[in-house]
Design a protein. Structure first.
Length: 558
């Protein structure tokens, strides 16, 4: 097997870099940095951390993903998909627990890349991905109802259903000015693409609503519209690196959420890069991208950051504004750093209802309700997987949904692979030319009496063994020889070896000789190591069906 040679894509792109590419990357990076600002703040607050942690994550992780990743145009940072899992980890293990879980997730992502699992992760069934994403969208929307409506609620319950019960009981406390701010924010974000696709609607909404709320408070005496400054102390100091204390008990407790972060980050980053490649016509390196994501999640939490991954919306903004190489992502990180150092104190005036409006739009875009509706018309098995994953994400939590979803994905894969395996029985004659291992001078091969020929199509594992048992049970009569043609078997696994060994020993106990025919070299090598030559005898492993039938005649005539 060829070893994985890690090489960041930025290395190749800089060889032929020129002034024209830099100009395009610079302009795109500046725009993406501005677009990323309100999202980084909103995602951080919704996740249960201070707003500057979102920007720090966007700066450090965004830089690391561009420098060490495998995609030319990927933009990384905090995303909505992590809101639910981050909030849950903080509630249970605190901010230090989140830091440790993110560091562990970074190590897992690097390991995924080094083990070349990038391609495998891309093949997680689509209904599971849609179920995750739609469930996360519903959960994000649910968490924003309080601030969007300006409800007066004490301690919010953790459960999805409990939240909606509390919302229903608190509707009499709606703060109408907050609701107006939230509704106008959604309206502005929805309207901006019709005016200009290059100016981010979320940024326009935040600027207009922040100014509007300041005017209402200053000149109209309107109170009760909460801002970021009412809940958080804003600072623009560069964070110092802090290494958390780690022990075995902490690692054991956080292994499950860390794997959830890693898998979710891998899925979202590879999905984002795949979408980007579909637009640009490029081909990113899946495994290098995972290593880059892992490095980002190893560095960012040491400076107070939260989990990060590739962001589809910001990546598409980069492409649409002319970004060509990872330099655009580097410029985006520098732009965010400058905003953080010089403009961060102004963030305290941003209304919470406006940020809720931003996240309501994010949740709507994530929901993919049209795709969800289309998938409901698919086969029942896919619909069941979609609904189970969606409900687990919404009602329980993302960790359970991810774990169950992966188990379902494995079961689906096993089922579909088993459907590709076919075992047929031939009792009269074998015709040429469709049987390529039949010698040319034989148009038809007559199968002697007391001989059964079984043909396996596909990989030999537990499914083929089960089909063998069913076919033999239905045959009724007991032959003297069973010929097993394996010319269409590309590989055999440990379960297949065990089943085939059991089949051969059982046949021998019943006085039936098994003869193998047309075994491929790689499969034959595996069978040799498993001792099949000693079990069956050298003469009972034949290169093609002619020799197998001749051997069967010798056994029958005895």
């Amino acid at each position: 097997m060829r070893s994985f040679d890690y090489k960041p894509v930025v290395v190749d792109t800089l060889f032929n870099y020129n002034k024209k590419l830099f100009s395009a990357d610079m302009m795109s990076g500046l725009i993406v940095g501005i677009v990323a600002l309100p999202l980084a703040i909103a995602f951080a607050i919704a996740s249960g951390v201070s707003p500057e942690k979102g920007i720090i994550t966007a700066i450090i992780a965004g830089l690391m993903i561009s420098v060490f990743g495998g995609s030319k145009v990927q933009i990384g940072g905090p995303t909505g998909a992590f809101i639910v899992i981050i909030y849950g980890i903080i509630q249970q293990y605190g901010v230090e627990g989140l830091t440790i879980a993110t560091l562990m997730a970074g190590l897992f992502l690097i390991l995924f890349g080094l083990l070349k699992l990038g391609t495998i992760i891309k093949y997680i069934p689509y209904p599971i991905v849609v179920g995750f994403t739609s469930g996360i969208a519903v959960t994000i929307f649910t968490t924003q109802i309080k601030d969007f409506f300006g409800l007066t609620i004490g301690q919010m319950p953790a459960g999805f259903i409990d939240k909606w019960i509390v919302y229903g009981q608190s509707m009499s406390t709606i703060h109408w000015w907050s609701l107006v701010v939230g509704v106008f924010s959604v309206f502005i974000i929805a309207l901006m693409p019709r005016i200009s696709k290059k100016i981010p609607g979320s940024l326009v909404a935040i600027i207009l609503m922040t100014v509007g709320v300041w005017l209402l408070k200053t000149y109209a005496g309107v109170d009760g519209i909460d801002t970021i400054g009412d809940r958080f102390t804003i600072n623009n100091q560069l964070p110092a690196m802090v290494i958390p204390s780690v022990n075995l008990d902490v690692v054991k407790n956080l292994i499950s959420p860390a794997i959830t972060i890693a898998i979710l980050g891998a899925i979202e980053s590879l999905l984002s890069a795949t979408v980007a490649d579909g637009v640009t016509g490029e081909h990113y390196d899946t495994n290098s991208e995972l290593v880059g994501q892992g490095i980002a999640n190893l560095i960012a939490p040491l400076f107070g950051g939260i989990p990060a991954t590739g962001a589809i919306a910001r990546t598409m903004t980069n492409i649409n504004n002319g970004g060509k190489t990872p330099v655009a992502g580097i410029v985006h990180a520098i732009m965010l750093l400058l905003i953080y150092l010089f403009l961060m104190p102004l963030a305290k005036f941003i209304p919470m209802a406006c940020l809720s409006g931003v996240l309501v739009v994010v949740a709507y875009n994530m929901s993919g309700w049209r795709t969800f509706a289309i998938l409901l018309k698919n086969p029942k098995s896919d619909v069941l997987v979609l609904i189970i994953t969606f409900l687990l994400t919404v009602i329980f939590d993302l960790t359970i949904a991810i774990l169950v979803g992966l188990v379902i994905a494995c079961l689906l894969f096993m089922r579909r692979i088993s459907e590709t395996v076919d075992v047929r029985v031939i009792t009269d004659e074998i015709s040429h030319p469709e049987d390529m291992d039949v010698q040319q001078n034989n148009k038809h091969l007559i199968i002697p009496k007391s001989v059964e020929v079984y043909e396996i199509y596909g990989p030999y594992f537990f499914g083929a063994g089960n089909q063998f048992e069913e076919l033999m049970a239905n045959m009724g009569s007991r032959p003297k020889v069973r010929i097993i043609r394996m010319r269409k078997v590309p590989f055999v696994d440990s379960t297949g070896i065990y089943n085939l060994t059991t089949l051969c020993k059982r046949s021998q106990q019943e006085g039936i000789q098994v003869v193998l025919s047309g075994v491929r070299p790689k499969v034959e090598e595996v069978l040799d190591k498993a001792g099949f030559r000693e079990l069956l005898g050298e003469e009972n492993i034949c290169n093609h069906i002619n020799l197998a039938l001749e051997r069967a005649k010798q056994i029958v005539n005895g």
